[in-house]
Design a protein around this ligand. Sequence first.
Ligand SMILES: Nc1nc2c(ncn2[C@@H]2O[C@H](COP(=O)(O)OP(=O)(O)OP(=O)(O)O)[C@@H](O)[C@H]2O)c(=O)[nH]1
Ligand SMILES: [Mg+2]
Length: 279
Amino acid sequence: MIIQWFPGHMTKAIRMMEDNLRLVDALIYVIDARAVSSCINPVFEKMLAGKRALYVFNKCDLVEPSDVSHWCEAFKREGKSYVKAVGTSGDCSQIVSGLKQLMADKIDKYAQKGAKIGVRAMVVGVPNSGKSTIINSMIKKSKAVTGDRPGVTRGKQWLSVDGVDFLDTPGTLWSKFEDQKVAHHLAYIGSIKDDVLDESELAFDFIDEVKELYPDCFKLRYGIKESKYALEIFNAIAAARGYKAKGGDPDYDRTARMIIDEFRKGKLGKLSLEAPPQF
Ligand SMILES: Nc1nc2c(ncn2[C@@H]2O[C@H](COP(=O)(O)OP(=O)(O)OP(=O)(O)O)[C@@H](O)[C@H]2O)c(=O)[nH]1
Ligand SMILES: [Mg+2]
């Protein structure tokens, strides 16, 4: 299955972000910790030029701490500033302090002149990475609309806390995925609208990949036998859940949807799809 998804609202969103760049001091770059390199959007590279960036490894509750640590080491080696976060925990104060640390010289310079200058940051990331949730956690109010599907935020919205203004932006992708593995990982984590995907194919591809990374994960979750074959695993999961179509075949759509949904909710365990090159 070839995956591409670049709807018109993203072109508009990128234009809006470029127009607002001059208003901000920094970018807060929200990344889903389960698929770190796939969340790096080439469109943001141009925006990052000349701006400071704080990378946020979000959804850390869904991955093993050691897997996040490997990414932290890799980012540190590249001189990138980062913090770990669980947007849904309700406490993301470490992002506010991380941002203030990143902008300390500017804040001090103005403080010496007696001026209290705020920091403005644009929050960017692929769809569904948790940008709006993180902002709500930082401001301790549910002002930004969130949802467990991509494309929830559409317009721009400024929200503030402790002298910091955040610009929430719509999740954006890029016009063509050169690497279909990246596209698949983004689809698994819910950054691509399910309507443009063949869910059965997606679930097969998911099983095929995850069985190599975590050989016993399906056995542990569904009580099925380990197998080298994705189709065998898929059919065994359908049977274990009793998901049958008319005629006794597995209910492919229902089973596929359930597997992907359970992964997204962390029910298959703390699975990380990507590791930095040296791991
Ligand atoms: N498990 C878990 N879920 C999270 C976390 N942060 C956000 N979510 C969930 O991820 C989903 C997407 O969150 P949003 O904040 O709407 O994501 P967004 O990046 O603003 O999405 P768009 O506006 O569509 O680009 C929601 O269901 C959140 O509850 C986290 O740290 N852990
Ligand atoms: Mg949003």
